[in-house]
Structures are given as structure tokens and as C-alpha cells.
Design a protein around this ligand. Sequence first.
Ligand code: SF4
Length: 428
Amino acid sequence: MKNVFIETYGCSANQNDTEIMAGLLKKDGFKLVDSIKEANIIVLNTCIVKQPTYHKMNHLILKYKDEFPSKNLIVAGCMPQVIDLDVSCVGPHNIENIVDAAKLVINGKVAKFTDKKYTEKINLPKHNKNQVIDIIQILEGCSGNCAYCIVKNVKPTLISFSKNRIVDDVRKACERGCREIWITSQDNGAYGLDKHDVSQLPELLREIIKVEGDFLVRVGMMNPNNILPVLDDLVEVFKNNKIFKFVHIPVQSGNDNVLEKMKRKYKVKDFKNIVDKFRQQIPDISISTDIICGFPGETEKQFQDSIELIKDIKPDHLNISKFGAMPGTAAKDMKQLDPKIINNRSAKLTKIFHKIALEENKKWIGWRGKILLDEIRRKGTVIGRNFAYKQVIVQGDENILGSFVNAKIVDCTGFYLIAEKSFTWIIP
Ligand code: SF4
């Protein structure tokens, strides 16, 4: 029996790895199953970016070994690349070895594939979890060396994938009927910096939007220092109708001394300049950012700077992390703050942000326009995205996914907008 159950954690790049591994396994005759009970091979695609996730991965490995001794466990993702595990493994650079690994374990052998340093994850078989959305990774690694980041140890070298092959994958996704393309990596702003002095992201996006078809592009995370030199060009290309008016720019702290200790290569004013420039040129653009609470040595005053920054910028999305020291990072050797202080700061910022998010979403009530229905939600409703990648709850079921509709926003929460019951079709 060749039944495989894949469980995925972490970023969209890791989800993309799962869709490639699923595509390769399916192509080789393995059956993808939706429940662990039906499987004889469990692929656990791990994420170790933060302490809580790291501990959860350890817990799941022990749990699956204990509860399913007769099933074959393969651990994939970032964990096996930096943590020595006594189970079969396929590292993030060895995803093309997933079939070899599956064949080894069903024959009772141990599979260890973590040797490769890099792989271009483009033009490979894919099994999309959501038929509307395709995730396309454009590079591996990054140009940073942030003091808190364990991912740098997993993917140390910046390698940009070939532009033509990326555009080819966008074309193939559209031919498969995908309507939404997620451009992803650890830092999309670093695209081309392994070969050029400045980011080639604007150039790449210009080629992507030339692809025929009704689709929208979500551009993932971009670090401030890498987009600053090409900001005008980037803002210009973001004006194109095929690109969601959404930017994710992780700032991490509102205080320059903390940013310096984090080895982040920009100042708070650079981040503000970028946000201001996008908002001046594209008024309703959605801003997403990240704050780490309780980085070693962060004083109450410095944390207050982060709060003031968020109150000033009023982002649409905010990823709040409680600092936790990760193995093999520079921050691990720094004097840690009391966990109570870290928890209090995270709770305080969360409360402030929830208030901001609700106020910002209330501004959309009464808006009417085009929405792409891209995700199933609870019974009777689906999730759609408008031009600003705002999450909109729409009445309907999985049969209408992939459609463009015209609807009016009648209510909201801090997390999503709510459309009126009736809507009109644009592209069914
Ligand atoms: S830019 Fe920094 S946080 Fe991002 S992956 Fe690289 S080292 Fe980690």
C-alpha cells in the first residue's frame, strides 16, 4: 500500500514544498490521503521558526512514533536540516528525494536526505492544496543575518531562481485554472541580489504581469533594506491591476537600537518612508508588518517605541511574536528578558492592534467592488479577497471558488469584512 498523509506547518514556502512533494509522489503512483489513519507513510513537514512551533514539532514526532509504530514517519521541512533526528528525513533542499525516501521506508529502510545545499523549486510537478491558488517560490535563502533567526542556518545562501522559469510556472498555473499566485520566499526583496547590486523584484513582477489571464498576484514578505533602493520602481509596478494592493514589510521593532542588536539593516524611518510612499501612490493599499516583543535587552521605553510605531502606521495586519531564543542563533547567547515581561508586552500590543484593526476595517463598510473567491470557510460561506487583499466573507460554497464577483461590504470584524448576501457575477 502506498498511501501518504502529508501534514504541513509554517510559511508559504513550506506549503509550496508540500505541494511539490505531493506532486512528485502522485506522479510516481503514491496515493495522497486526507487522514493519518488511512496512511502507511506520514510526512511531517516541519517549521522551527519560533520556539512554540519548535516544541510542537518535537512533540508531534514523539506522538506519531508512539501512536503509529506500524506507520512510516518521514520528517521534512527546516527541522532535519539543523536538528539531528533519529527518524527518516528529507531536508528542505532535498524535496526531490521524497519518492526515494518513501520507497526506502516502505521497504523498512531508513531514509536520510539532507545533503543538498540548494534546489531550484521551479517547473516541478505540483499538487495544489487549493485549486485557485498556486504558490511560487522565487529564491532560496536571504541576504540578511538577523540575530534571532534560525532559518538562516537552514537556508544560509541566497540563490535567486531563473526569471523565465518563474514566469513559466505562472503561465502553467493559469493554464491549470489558478486565479491567485503567491510570490514567496524568505525575503522577496532580495530577488536578484546574488547577481545584481539592487533587487530585481520590480523587473520580475513586470514579466509576471505580462502573462495572459485573469489572475492576481500576492507578493509576500520584503525586507525594508532591500526594497528601499528600488522603491519608486516597485511602487510603480504595484499599481498594475494584476497585483494585489498588499505589502508585507516586517519591521520587527520601533526602536533603532533594538533593530541594530537584531542585525536588521535599516532604521525605523526607512520603514516609515516605504509605507508613506506606497500609501501616497496607492491610497487603499494594505500594510502588513511584524513586531518581535521582548528581544533581549529591550527596555520598557524601547518597547513603547514599537507601540507608538504601530499606533502611527495603523497596519491592516500585524504578526506579533514573543521573542524566544532559538538554537544556533546569536540572540541565544544574549541575556534573556523575564518571560512574564515578554508575555505582558505581547498581550499589550495585541490589545492595541485589535482596536486599530477594527477601526481600519470599519472604513470599508459601504465599499462595493470586485472580489476573488479563493478559499472555503465554514459551511455556507467562502473567503474572498478584494484588490487590497482584504479578507471578505461571502455567502456560498466550494462550487463558486475561483469566481470573481461584485459585492458590497455591509459589516466587519477586526479580522475580516462581511459582504451582503446577494452579489453579482463578474467571471463565474
Ligand atoms: S532576513 Fe533575517 S529573519 Fe529573514 S530569513 Fe534572513 S536571517 Fe532570517
